[in-house]
Design a protein around this ligand. Structure first.
Ligand code: FES
Ligand code: MG
Length: 591
């Protein structure tokens, strides 16, 4: 055993080995030893490692963790720790209504209470589906005990009629074909189901793959963790190694606060651009940063990330899926290419106990069709644009998915690069959109921009993935796949729509989108980074003065608590009052 193991007193010993309070100690011991743990184990100087289990029957994207658990526990035991698995509130993106986003903060709260209130010295965070990763990292950042994230990994590649069928991405494509009458409902179902051939999370570079890449870029995982497909043997080995490593991290007292620094967040932003990552990454990273006490602003995404080129050829921005990405080297290969180009903060500390630069030594792409070298990218400037104007203080636009056709139609008015003037069509949420999008009276044509509001954190509640609105059938039949869309909600990370989204502040709290009316002209100027309603100031002020906040109906107690406490997407959609609690493990809870 290394020197770091000598004379270490663990947090868990305050529960299980506290001579000052023998009564409570006995109570703690008797009930834990009635399962698999012995008194000798609980009172020995061995760290107790929690394993936050996010997989369940309700959470198929993370279900693989149920089967990886033996390997995680074996790793923890092999390194001298004692594993204790506990459940996390499920957050299944494709299962939870009204939206899984509502439950990110709930799972976060639950994790904070478990890590703070139970005899745990370190924790393995099992991640996978979109919000599971930020929820786990936010909780670990707040509590600040040693924590190591383990992804469950993406599903195997889906295939449909000889072509890769990617999670989510095939839904958007098939939805258009259904609207155009080119396929029927049965074929629609078959196409979509073909994209999910095994256990695992989405196999596209959607929010799940993105957020796990972010966890790795932040240094909160072992090197190479994020991209291994769920069923691969390498995934089981990674589970074992993760179990072993967390025990060492406890002995080294290597905590999230040592790893989550401004430098590590800058690395994550750069990686997000290079992988063509999800538009959900900014609010999630913002939330992790705030709980870690790190300054990060939505404008950092443009300043640090915009000029980074797209290196990863993976759907929705490219062609391949998770298996190809893994075989090409995954996140370490992308970061190795970025490091070679001088874009990685090499000194950032990581969970391996070494710097990011040391971890990445020797990693480069081994398949340049899937992961391009920095000087031969799929496209330049792959990061997000951060827009502002009288409709919102900030909104994001993902540039890596802008097609040439979309650019030529909508982003170069009469030869003026980056400028587009359009007539606004405004929808009050997805139900209104679905009922009216094909209504001839709206006269939606190529010169229209579609807006959706009331779908932010407070409005929906939880912020819905609905901004990537499909154009009316009449427009689709002309061969136009996308109209410009804008909203105060989000969109799926698997969408290839270049929407303007995450508009903050949202309409229901009085953000500018609230005052927009169908028929108003709007002007997008990507050179200035603005989107404005072309409504005279007095008229705009009069609409604002006459505006009455909508009455929002809550269906559950959590919805009400969430709405009362949540902030805006630009600030991470956090429980605002929670952000003042930092490093709570520094104080023991009362006995
Ligand atoms: Fe769970 Fe995509 S729906 S990862
Ligand atoms: Mg989603």
């Amino acid at each position: 055993m290394s020197d770091t193991r000598a004379n270490k007193r663990f947090r868990s010993q305050e529960w299980f080995d506290n001579p000052n309070n023998p009564g409570m100690t006995a109570l703690y011991i008797e009930r834990y030893q009635n399962q698999e743990f012995t008194r000798e184990e609980l009172q020995s100087e061995r760290p107790i490692i929690g394993i936050a289990q996010t997989g369940s029957d309700l959470s198929p994207c993370n279900k693989i963790h149920v089967f990886l658990m033996d390997r995680i526990k074996a790793g923890i035991r092999a390194a001298g720790g004692i594993p204790m698995e506990f459940p996390v509130h499920p957050i299944q993106e494709t299962g939870k209504r009204p939206t899984a986003a509502l439950d990110r903060n709930l799972a976060y709260l639950g994790l904070v209470e478990v890590l703070h209130g139970y005899p745990l010295d370190g924790v393995v965070l099992t991640t996978g589906c979109d919000k599971t990763t930020p929820a786990m990292l936010m909780g670990a950042a707040t509590v600040d005990i040693p924590a190591l994230a383990l992804n469950g990994g993406p599903m195997l590649d889906g295939w449909w009629q000889g072509k890769r069928a990617g999670s989510g991405t095939i839904v958007w494509e098939s939805r258009r074909l259904l609207s155009e009458g080119k396929i029927d409902y049965d074929e629609f179902m078959s196409r979509v189901c073909a994209s999910a051939p095994s256990l695992g999370h989405c196999n596209t570079m959607g929010t799940a793959s993105t957020m796990n890449a972010m966890a790795e870029a932040l240094g909160m995982t072992l090197t190479g963790n994020s991209a291994i497909p769920a069923p691969f043997r390498e995934r089981m080995a990674m589970a074992y190694e993760t179990g072993k490593r967390i025990v060492e991290m406890v002995y080294e007292d290597l905590k999230p606060s040592d790893i989550l620094t401004r430098e590590s967040f800058e690395n994550a932003i750069v990686v997000n651009a290079a992988i063509g990552g999800s538009t959900n990454a900014p609010p999630h990273l913002q939330a992790i940063a705030r709980h870690a006490g790190i300054e990060l602003d939505v404008t950092d995404w443009q300043e640090i990330g915009f000029e980074i080129p797209l290196l990863v050829n993976m759907q929705p921005a490219g062609e391949y899926l998770g298996e190809g990405f893994f075989r090409a080297g995954g996140v370490p290969a992308v970061m190795g290419e970025l490091m070679k180009a001088g874009k990685i903060r090499k000194g950032a500390m990581t969970a391996t106990g070494k710097s990011m630069g040391d971890n990445l030594e020797g990693w480069l792409s081994v398949d340049q069709d899937v992961i391009r070298p920095y000087d031969n990218p799929l496209r330049p400037n792959s990061g997000f644009l951060v827009l502002h104007g009288n409709l919102f203080d900030s909104a994001l636009m993902k540039t890596s998915v802008i097609s040439q056709d979309f650019h030529d139609r909508f982003l170069s008015d009469k030869g003026h690069e980056g400028i587009h003037t359009a007539r606004a069509i405004v929808f009050e949420g997805p139900e209104d959109y679905h009922s009216r999008i094909n209504d001839g009276e709206l006269q939606i044509d190529e010169r229209c921009m579609l807006f959706i509001r009331g779908v932010g954190c407070v409005g929906y509640p939880g912020s819905a993935e609905v901004v990537n609105m499909q154009p009316p059938d009449s427009i689709l039949k002309q061969g136009i796949k996308h109209l410009p869309t804008v909203g105060d909600g989000r969109q799926s990370g698997t969408s290839e729509s270049p929407s303007i989204l995450n508009a903050s502040p949202e309409s229901v709290v009085g953000g500018g989108l609230a005052y927009l009316q169908t028929g108003d002209m709007v002007r997008l100027d990507l050179n200035e980074g603005t989107l404005n309603a072309l409504v005279p100031d007095e008229e705009w002020a009069a609409r604002k003065a006459a505006w009455v906040a909508p009455v929002l109906e809550n269906q559950t107690p959590w919805e009400e608590i969430y709405r009362m406490t949540v902030g805006q997407l630009a600030q991470g959609g956090c429980i605002e009052l929670a952000t003042k609690y930092q490093r709570v493990a520094n104080k023991l809870p009362r006995d």
